[in-house]
Write a protein that binds this ligand. Sequence first.
Ligand code: UDP
Ligand code: MN
Length: 520
Amino acid sequence: GLAKPIGLVEGPGGLGQGGLATTLQDDSREAEGKFEEYGYNAQLSDRISLDRTIPDYRPKKCRQMTYSPDLPQVSVVFIFVNEALSVILRSVHSVINHTPSQLLKEVILVDDNSDNVELKLNLDQYVNKRYPGLVKIVRNSRREGLIRARLQGWKVATAPVVGFFDAHVEFNTGWAEPALTRIQEDHRRIVLPAIDNIKYSTFEVQQYANAAHGYTWGLWCMYIIPPQDWLDHGDESAPIRTPAMIGCSFVVDREYFGDIGLLDPGMEVYGGENIELGMRVWQCGGSMEVLPCSRVAHIERTKKPYNNDIDYYAKRNALRAAEVWMDDFKSHVYMAWNIPMTNPGVDFGDVSERLALRQRLKCRSFRWYLENVYPEMRIYNDTLTYGEVRNSKASGYCLDQGAEDDDRAILYPCHGMSSQLVRYSADGLLQLGPLGSTAFLPDSKCLVDDGRGRTPTLKKCEDVARPTQRLWNFTQSGPIVSRDTGRCLEVEMSKDANFGLRLVVQRCSGQKWMIRNWIK
Ligand code: UDP
Ligand code: MN
C-alpha cells in the first residue's frame, strides 16, 4: 500500500499497440460517477482494447536472453472486489496474450464478494466462452480481505508455480520466463515482477525506475533504491535483492509457499502481509527479489472500492507481523504508530500459530535480517519513553513538531498522530515527529536550547553546533531541563500565541511534563 515511486523514467509512453491514439475527453456524469466508484477512469477502460500490448520497458539485455525449454508451468491468480469488468478482463487477456501457452496452466479469478452484478453472470459467461477450460472462478461468500482472498486462489491452483496479482494489471512480453527460471533454479526464491504504473486517468503506462521494495517502521511499503552492490554491478537486468514486497505482483513455488506458511490468514482486509512475507522468507532460509526482466504494469488508483478504514487494518496487521517476527524491534512498530505496547487499543488477534510456525521453521532473528537484508533501516533501540508529551498547565495540549519545514516545536491539541510522537532516549535526546525509519527519509528532529533566545528550536540532530545543546534531563512528571543551559522547557500563557500558549525555555518554575509510553 501507499507506495511512492523513487523516480520515474518517462518512456516513449502512449497507450501501446491496440490502444487509443489520443486521450478521450468525456466529462459526462456517468464517467465521473465511475471514476468515483473505482478510483480510475473505468469509462475509458471500457473503450481500450482488451488485447493491447503495453510498451516494452525491459532493460535491453532482457530481450536477448534465452530460456530453458522445460520451465515449470504457472497458475495465475487475480483477486478482485468491485473492480470494473473491463479492467479485470484486460488483466486476463493480457496474461494469456503475453505468456507462452505451454507455460500457463490456468487463470484463477477470486471474487472477494463483490457487490457489482456485472461481475457475476457476465464475467462467468464471458470467460467460459472466450477461454473455455482455462479460467477458473472462485467466489467468496463473504468478504475475506486481500490476504485470505489470495489464499483461496492458492488452494485451487494446480501448477508447480503460482503468480499472484491484483486484477488491474497488464503484463509485459516475456514476463513469465525469467520468473520461472529463477524459481526453477531455487524454489525458495520469491520473485517479484518489476512494477510499472498504469495512469488511472489515461491508462498510459509509465515506466518506474529500478527499485527494491522496502517499508517504514509502521510497515507501510515503499519503493527504495536497490542495494549498492547491485548498482555497482551495473547490470540493469540482474535480480534486485529486496527486503519485502509491494504485494500487487509476486510469483512463488506452490509447495514452498505452503511449507513456509503462505500469508498470515489472521490478517484482515489489507496491508502488512506483504512485509510479513518478506521478513519470513528471509528469516526462514529463502529469499525475495525483483526481476527487471519480468514486468507488470499496475493501476495505482485514487481510492479503494472497499473498506475505507485501511489505516486501522494496516496497523492491526502490522502488529501481528511485529509480534511474531521482529523480536525486540517490535517496539519500533508501536512507536511508528504512536501507540502503547501494552493495551495498544488494537486487537490483533491470536498469533500463537504463527509463533509456532517460526519455531517449527527454525528461523533466524530479526537482527540478522536487518543486518543482512535491510541495512538501510534506522534503529531506535536507545529509546526509553515515547508518545504524546503533555504539560500539567495546558491540559489537552501536546508537544508537536509543527509545520514540517519549520524549525519550531509547538503546543497543539492532542491528537496522537505521528507529528506528536516524542522520543526520549538514553543519551538525553528529545526527538519530535514521525520516525525517519530508513536512510531514504529524513529523521525526526532534535529539540534544542541554543542558549540565545527564549524559543526552543527543532534541528537535525547532527547539525547542532554544540552537541550538549540537544541534551535534556526528563523524568516522568518532572521538569524538562536543558543540560547545556540548565533552563527548563515550559509553557507560557500569551494572548498573541496560537491557542494562547507559547513554548519557551526559561528559568525553571517547577512545571511538570508527562510522556505517554514506555518501551516494554
Ligand atoms: N482486495 C480484496 N479484498 C479486500 C481488499 C482488497 O480482494 O477486502 C484486493 C483488491 O481487489 C486488489 C488487491 O486486493 O486486487 C489489492 O488491493 P488494492 O489494489 O486496493 O491495493 P493497492 O494496490 O492500491 O495497494
Ligand atoms: Mn492494486
